[in-house]
Design a protein around this ligand. Structure first.
Ligand code: GLU
Length: 265
């Protein structure tokens, strides 16, 4: 099974921008174990800007583009250093790929990406992907790693995309504001009503930005890949997921439903 896992800044780092050692260690341990089981894993990671902010001792997230890009350049090193060290402990080799929207849109670049990914996976390497923030301007950027991870999932023909979030999944209402909100465990089809649960641009149900997650779900499921949102605070939920237990919110693929349903058997 080929799985793309996306992890967000709030799972990996504290609000200070310093890494959450317990979380990152737990994530690398579980992903290494799943790889040992024979799964092919691709990790899409955020956190470069956040960690750059921490490392440079900036007072908060920079507003201007050059400082943001400088923070990303510093933070990306820190991020890869930690992943290399953690996955290395479990004898797994990592590779870094920094992408922009052009790498998917331009046929030649996309073919290069697909060939590299396929070779890395056949070599047993764990590819770690982030957006190339240091050169991404408005015109060429994907903009958020939820969408980027959906594009990666399609590009590598993944069976599943798993988004690790700071919320348990998609709720019927904002669980921070409405105590009657309940978790939706399965979304069979992404309807306008489901999309409306993500809120508008910049507002979301969780702090994780549900709108971009629902957009990612749309991209994935329309192309036959299922997507699952689970809470990144407990990486062991990944074991539960692959043991067929109901965790988080599962967005069923529109096509090839049978193939994906059987994955959990
Ligand atoms: N590429 C950004 C970073 O590494 C994160 C984008 C996102 O969180 O969606 O800081």
């Amino acid at each position: 099974m080929r799985v793309v896992v996306k992890v967000g800044t709030s799972t990996l780092a504290y609000s200070t921008g310093r890494i959450n050692i317990r979380r990152i260690e737990g994530l690398c341990r579980v992903l290494s174990d799943l790889k040992n089981r024979g799964m092919e894993i691709v990790l899409v990671t955020s956190g470069a800007i956040g960690m750059g902010v921490g490392k440079l001792g900036l007072s908060g997230k920079p507003k201007d583009m050059p400082t943001k890009q400088a923070a990303a350049a510093v933070g990306q090193c820190e991020l890869m250093y930690v992943y290399d060290k953690e996955f290395g402990e479990y004898n797994h080799t990592v590779a870094q790929l920094l992408l922009t929207a052009m790498d998917f849109k331009n046929e030649e670049r996309h073919n290069n990406l697909k060939n590299t990914m396929s070779r890395l996976l056949s070599l047993g390497v764990l590819p770690i992907i982030n957006e190339n923030d240091t050169i991404s301007t408005e015109e060429i950027k994907v903009g958020d790693n939820d969408t980027l991870s959906a594009m990666v999932a399609l590009s590598v023909s993944a069976d599943k995309l798993i988004l690790l979030s700071d919320i348990d999944g998609l709720y019927t209402a904002d669980p921070h504001k409405d105590k009657n909100a309940t978790l939706i465990s399965v979304v069979e089809k992404i309807t306008p009503e489901i999309l409306a649960l993500g809120g508008g641009e910049g507002s979301s149900l969780g702090t994780g930005g549900m709108a971009t997650k629902l957009r990612a779900a749309e991209i994935c499921t329309e192309n036959g890949c299922e997507m699952i949102i689970i809470n990144g605070a407990d990486c062991n939920l990944l074991y539960d997921l692959f043991e067929g237990k109901e965790v988080g919110t599962r967005f069923m693929a529109n096509t090839e439903k049978m193939r994906h349903e059987n994955d959990n058997d």
